[in-house]
Write a protein that binds this ligand. Structure first.
Ligand code: BES
Ligand code: ZN
Ligand code: ZN
Length: 513
């Protein structure tokens, strides 16, 4: 976590280098803070408003230097009050903070707009600070690291008299944001890490360190190759067999001494440490990013990383829920030992799969993971996160994850939560008629459909064949897991950590219903 966030009482002057002032379109003439700082300058800011350079529209911003003790003042448009959302404010503030960093300043006073003070306000504003501070600098030179500017201090300044209770709620939100940030940053680090340094064993090590941090609230179980074989995970092992790195099937789960009826919830993450395509080798340019094919698993570990930072909450979860993370970690590589197109493997649930394309490997590994969750962890609810198909990116673009499922209520819970947390998502249909594309002439299933059309749907349908009774949602995160665009708001270049917030939100709601 980078950056210290505090709530402060209003008034001038504060001590930071810069000021960010979010403004609604209707407040341009009436905002008291703006009036005060403008009067102390030569009217530079009011001029920008007069000339309509700044109208307070969402995402708009203007800045001026050396005003009222500040080295820089940024006005940030937050649009119309009736359309206000915390996510929009979070992203606007994150963008403004990036502008502050570009100017090489590190401390900020953020004057709060006149909105209700709440836990969520504190949480999202602190997330704006922490998440926009993230960069993957591990492999940069010392000099580059030194030059890198981050926001070290952000003060959230109350613009109106506030009740003590509301301030406490905001502070609680700020505290929780720090734990969420640790989870998201871990997920981002794992995805950004090159596959040479992050194989199945390193995923195990990461899970083990979270287990250790949990002080007995979590336990990790690792199934090695022989054990996977004994259980009959032919699909997962088929994917792994071409690589020199040994597969590891990782389970991380809550421990509780409290008896009583519990919900069984499993979060499954695709964990292909590198996806070369196998013998159905990917072309070079499609392979460039394939270290990110474990982003689903990274988010699962991110969720548990957050939970161990909040032991009281984790204990509450453990008392009401058997929560598990399931990570079938392996590498998809070509070699003399690799699975061949045309090979038939037998999955944990006994179904046989004709593997016609070894690049459609995620569904094979996940098939066994989902079956395992239901058979051995008694999962009643399963959420899987997977960078599963390029087709989902074609359908939804880079911002949105595709959501599929077999239970309307659970899909709605997941989609609503993602929207609430500001993670892009769109429901796609689990259209049963296409399932016949996945039927094989000589086995129960084949691992690719007829053609390229509807590829995200046929992949989801394939997975659905491995879910028995559980309520299940599949999230295809191939698009949003990894970004090629420049940083934007809370999102950096590269790994995004998509899913950590959504899954945490879903778990929170599942213990409350
Ligand atoms: N890991 C890829 C999907 C992917 C593509 C993720 C691009 C992120 C960015 C997956 O294993 C894959 O290769 N899927 C194939 C399936 C096809 C062979 C049916 C695809 O999408 O092309
Ligand atoms: Zn693949
Ligand atoms: Zn893959």
């Amino acid at each position: 976590m980078i950056g210290h966030v505090t709530v402060k009482k209003g008034g001038f002057p504060q001590k930071s280098q810069t000021l960010i002032l979010p403004l609604f379109t209707a407040d341009l003439k009436t905002n008291k803070i703006l009036k005060q700082i403008d009067q102390k300058s030569s009217g530079e800011l009011s001029e920008k408003i007069k000339t309509h350079e700044f109208e307070g529209k969402e995402g708009q911003s203007v800045s001026a230097e050396n005003i009222s003790g500040y080295k820089a003042v940024l006005l940030l448009g937050v649009g119309e009050k009736k359309e206000f959302s915390l996510i929009q404010l979070r992203e606007g503030v994150a963008k403004a903070l990036r502008a502050v960093r570009m100017m090489k300043f590190t401390t900020v006073d953020l004057f709060l707009p006149e909105v209700e003070l709440s836990f969520q306000l504190g949480k999202h504003l602190a997330l704006a600070v922490h998440l926009s501070n993230y960069s993957f600098l591990k492999y940069k030179s010392k000099e580059a690291k030194k030059k890198h500017t981050v926001i070290t201090e952000a003060n959230l300044i109350l613009s109106q008299p506030a009740k003590e209770k509301d301030v406490l709620l905001m502070q609680e939100g700020i505290r929780i944001a720090a734990t969420i940030d640790l989870g998201i940053s871990l997920a981002r680090d794992l995805v950004n890490e090159p596959a040479i340094h992050l194989g199945p064993d390193e995923m195990v090590a990461t899970a083990r360190s979270i287990e250790k941090e949990s002080k007995g609230l979590l336990k990790v179980k690792v199934l090695e190759e022989a054990e996977c074989r004994r259980l009959g995970m032919g699909a997962f092992l088929g994917v792994a067999q071409g690589s020199d790195k040994k597969p590891r099937f990782i389970v991380i789960q809550t421990v509780s001494k409290k008896a009583g009826k519990k919900k069984y919830v499993s979060v499954v993450g695709k964990s292909i440490m590198f996806d070369s395509g196998g013998l159905s080798l990917k072309p070079g340019s499609s392979m460039e990013d394939m270290k990110m094919d474990m982003a689903g698993a990274a988010s699962v570990l991110g969720v548990f990383k957050t939970l161990v930072q909040a032991p009281d909450f984790l204990r509450r979860i453990a008392d009401q829920m058997e929560l598990s993370g399931v990570i079938p970690a392996c590498e998809n590589m070509p070699s003399g030992k690799a699975m061949r197109p045309g090979d038939i493997v037998t999955a944990l649930n006994g179904k046989t799969i004709e593997v016609l394309n070894t690049d459609a490997e995620g569904r094979l590994a996940l098939a066994d993971a989902v079956s395992y969750a239901e058979k051995y962890l008694k999962a009643e609810y399963i959420i899987d996160l997977a960078t599963l198909t390029g087709a989902c990116m074609v359908a939804l673009g880079n911002d949105l994850a595709g959501a599929f499922g077999n239970d309307k209520e659970l899909i709605k819970l997941v989609v609503d939560t993602a929207n609430h947390e500001g993670e892009g998502i769109w429901e796609l249909p689990l259209y049963k008629k296409y399932l016949k594309q996945m039927k094989s002439e000589i086995a129960d299933l084949k691992n690719i459909g007829g053609g390229r059309m509807g590829g995200a749907i046929t992949a989801a349908l394939f997975l659905s064949e491995f879910v028995k009774k559980a309520k299940w949602v599949h999230l295809d995160i191939a698009g949003p897991a990894f970004r090629h665009e420049p940083p934007q708001g809370t999102l950096p270049h590269g790994a995004s950590g998509w899913g950590v917030m959504t899954v945490l939100g879903v778990i929170t709601q599942l213990i409350n219903v």
